[in-house]
Design a protein around this ligand. Structure first.
Ligand code: URA
Length: 470
């Protein structure tokens, strides 16, 4: 057997644009996991990968090695084919997981959803759920299995034992300007999904001014990489490209988003939220064989939202993850006032007026989210506390005519609002002298794996492009 190349040799190889072999990638990841690689060496390799890229085979090898760096979850044989999850690259007002996981459970899936916290201006599912008194995001693999047996879904944080190499690499990417690398993002996301032992995965790859990917082309490149590698890891994988220039739904902020997710779970709520929940869920139901095609999957998922079964699963999940039963029941079945009573309200609720009349062109997600983050919806550094009751409700929508003095934003906060923050918020309301052109659809495109069997005519509904194997 050839002698193992040293880490500096591997770094030099990638630096000079050469391809790394699978055993070389495994050796790098072993060094990361066992602590024998120095931080400087890991940072140098990350930068070499960021600048030189990796082909599909290298990315697959990296994802596999990272998945193999820790423990894999184990599930009963009877759940084969039914284990599903969804991952979003991060957005503003994105409460999809809160409605999607229980809706999928109500349709017969097993959903061991592993979610993250908000970082930067984007929100995190775990922060939203922790706005509910008693909710515990930390569950051992054994507890997850027990919850899936009883309820069908759980939403938890990443355990220490799952893909530990990713924790080291992700932390260093953050401080070495190497976050935005498609192979590194692909391997990071999919290593955790592979360790979850999923049957099917759907990815919501967002693009636009408030997203990780600035353009649809860059989102497609990432989605194709994710789908290509995901399929080769044995996971039926699909991705939806969705626009993230405006917030999803009308509410931004942790407890406000829980309230809006509950509306969706009752069959109501904002149409764009329901559209995304049913689109992602429809793909998963099709991929795990519980629906004959995407339209049938969407319809089945919509029924679970309309007939109360998804809400029932959500209430059961809350109970199983530490929320006292009477609290969970009041939250899920109470009036809006009773729900607000459970979650509490920020000390200051004020409405911002329109300064000059006109037609709403859009409400820009990024400036809104940045101010809200400073007010406490998100954190500046990992580990900071968030203020669950801080947030905002949009009172206007694109295409609407507004007059000076009318309220356009209801802001929930807990301290003084600086003049700069107020000005920045007003800057999020984009007005024009005439109605805006019809907005492009939020869901722009679907990316399916090359192995995906063609569905019945008309499936999928969205334009599809196959992973190209890079
Ligand atoms: N989410 C992850 O888990 N990893 C990334 O690299 C980006 C988003």
């Amino acid at each position: 057997m050839a002698a193992q190349a040293s880490l500096p040799t591997l770094i030099r190889k990638k630096r000079d644009g050469e391809r790394l072999e699978e055993d070389e990638i495994r050796s790098f990841v072993r060094g990361v996991t066992e602590g024998t690689a120095q931080e400087g060496q890991i940072g140098a390799m990350l930068m070499a990968i960021r600048l030189r890229g990796m082909d599909g085979g290298e990315t697959l090898a990296l994802a596999r090695a990272m998945a193999g760096s820790g423990r894999a979850l184990a599930w009963p044989q009877a759940w084969r084919g039914l284990l599903v999850d969804k991952h979003s690259t991060g957005g503003v007002g994105d409460k999809v997981s809160l409605a999607l996981a229980p809706a999928l459970a109500a349709c017969g899936c097993k959903v061991p959803m592993i979610s993250g916290r908000g970082l930067g201006h984007t929100g995190g599912t775990l922060d939203k759920l922790e706005a509910i008194p008693g909710f515990r995001v930390t569950q051992t693999p054994e507890q997850m299995r027990s919850i899936l047996e009883r309820v069908g879904c759980c939403i938890v944080g990443q355990s220490e034992e799952l893909a530990p190499a990713d924790r080291v690499l992700y932390g260093l990417r953050d401080v070495t300007a190497t976050v935005d690398s498609p192979p590194l993002v692909t391997a990071s996301i999919l290593s955790k999904k592979a360790a979850e032992q999923l049957s099917a995965l759907v990815l919501d790859v967002k693009f636009g001014s408030a997203a990780l990917c600035p353009t649809q082309d860059s989102a497609r490149e990432l989605a194709q990489s994710l789908v290509w590698v995901g399929e080769r890891l044995g996971i039926r994988t699909a991705a939806v490209l969705s626009r993230m220039d405006e917030p999803l739904g009308r509410c931004v902020g942790n407890s406000l988003e829980v309230l809006e997710a509950l509306e969706c779970l009752e069959g109501g709520g904002p149409p764009d939220l329901r559209e995304l929940v049913t689109a992602l869920g429809g793909l998963l139901l099709w991929h795990c064989g519980l629906a004959g095609g995407v339209p049938q999957g969407q319809e089945r998922l919509g029924r679970a939202l309309d007939d109360g079964s998804a809400l029932c699963a959500f209430e059961a999940m809350l109970g199983a993850q530490g929320v006292p039963p009477d609290t969970a029941h009041r939250l899920c079945t109470g009036t809006p006032e009773q729900r607000r009573g459970v979650l509490g309200q920020a000390s200051i609720v004020e409405e911002l007026p329109v300064l000059q009349g006109g037609w709403v062109q859009r409400v820009a997600a990024l400036p809104l989210a940045r101010v809200l983050q400073e007010l406490g919806t998100g954190r500046a550094r990992a580990g900071d506390a968030v203020k669950p009751r801080v947030g905002a409700e949009l009172l206007v929508a694109a295409g609407q005519r507004v007059r000076a003095g009318e309220p356009w934003l209801r802001l929930h906060h807990e301290g003084a609002l600086s003049g700069a923050a107020r000005r920045a918020l007003q800057g999020a309301l984009c007005l024009g002298p005439a109605p805006p052109p019809a907005p492009p659809p939020r869901l722009a495109e679907t990316v399916l794996g090359p192995g995906t069997p063609p569905g019945p005519p008309g499936t999928p509904e969205l334009p599809a492009s196959a992973g190209d194997g890079r």
